[in-house]
Design a protein around this ligand. Structure first.
Ligand code: ADP
Ligand code: MG
Length: 265
């Protein structure tokens, strides 16, 4: 939460719980036992150098990558895994994964809108075809979401006619349309021209202010400091420092963390 007090930790429900996540690609061990929890209303910022494993950790959260070992628990339900070839794990129950994954809204660096659908068609696609919402109802909600992200006027436009910032805001509306319990953002502004970053950060800030749970990978240190109530600094596949933003950015215990954040002030 913006004021850095997301309430008494013990009373808030765990939405995402990552336990001792390991992930290797061949001989390369990218995640070396990462544990991280996001409770209801938490805004968790993941920071760290390029290659430290931030995207892989987010991708393990929704099983775009399956951890080599460890547990992923979403709203109290563990995603079941089974041993697979080469010492890796595989998803044990595709239906369970589909159900659990629907609780996670994901926004990537690249916007991934459907090019042949208008903005509003992009937003209602999953509610109508996945959640089986009536089209009229989905359209009404989509319009409200497009208002929220400041894109209502562009609702009937095709993505190619939007700026990068507008496309990313449409992608955020599309993710919200699935009524996720947590939003996962992977560097949502890093593909944008500098003058478009602010409008996307504003939308994310507004969503955070509504008390929405989110895990956010970002290079925008000032934004992370401002909007997150918990910051984790990843270094070579391990959480090297974590805590409230004042601590991680102000007086970190780790020298590496201090250097990292000071270099980006
Ligand atoms: P970050 O998001 O912090 O920049 P990543 O999670 O993208 O880091 O990557 C961490 C490391 O894992 C990098 O060395 C990257 O090259 C490697 N990596 C990521 N995905 C794969 C993959 N699918 N296959 C092989 N190596 C990968
Ligand atoms: Mg990344």
């Amino acid at each position: 939460m913006p004021d850095g007090t997301a309430g008494d930790v013990s009373t808030r429900t765990e939405v995402v719980r990552l336990e001792a996540i390991h992930k290797s690609f061949g001989l390369l061990e990218v995640l070396k036992g990462v544990s991280l929890t996001a409770r209801e209303g938490d805004v968790v910022a993941l920071i760290g150098a390029s290659g430290s494993g931030k995207s892989t950790l987010l991708r393990c959260t929704n099983m775009l990558e399956v951890p080599t070992s460890g547990r992923v628990v979403i709203s109290g339900e563990e995603i079941r895994l089974k041993p697979a070839a080469g010492g890796q794990m595989a998803v044990a129950d595709a239906h369970q994964l589909q159900r659990v994954r629907a609780r996670l809204g994901m926004v990537f660096q690249s916007f991934n809108l459907w090019a042949h659908r208008t903005v509003i068609e992009n937003v209602i696609e999953a509610p109508v075809h996945v959640l089986k919402e009536p089209k009229a109802e989905a359209t009404e909600r989509a319009e409200a979401l497009l208002h929220k992200v400041g894109l209502y006027a562009k609702k009937d436009v095709y993505p190619a006619f939007l700026s990068g910032g507008q496309q990313q805001r449409a992608a955020i509306a599309r993710a919200l349309a699935l009524r996720p319990q947590v939003m996962l953002f992977d560097e949502p502004t890093s593909a944008l021209d500098p003058e478009l970053v602010g409008e996307v950060l504003k939308v994310i800030r507004d969503i955070a202010a509504e008390g929405r749970t989110m895990i956010l990978v970002t290079h925008e240190m000032a934004f992370a400091r401002d909007v997150a109530n918990h910051v984790a600094f990843l270094h070579q596949g391990q959480i090297e420092e974590e805590g409230p933003p004042q601590k991680v950015f102000g007086t970190p215990d780790s020298e590496r963390c201090r250097q990292f954040v000071n270099a980006r002030k």
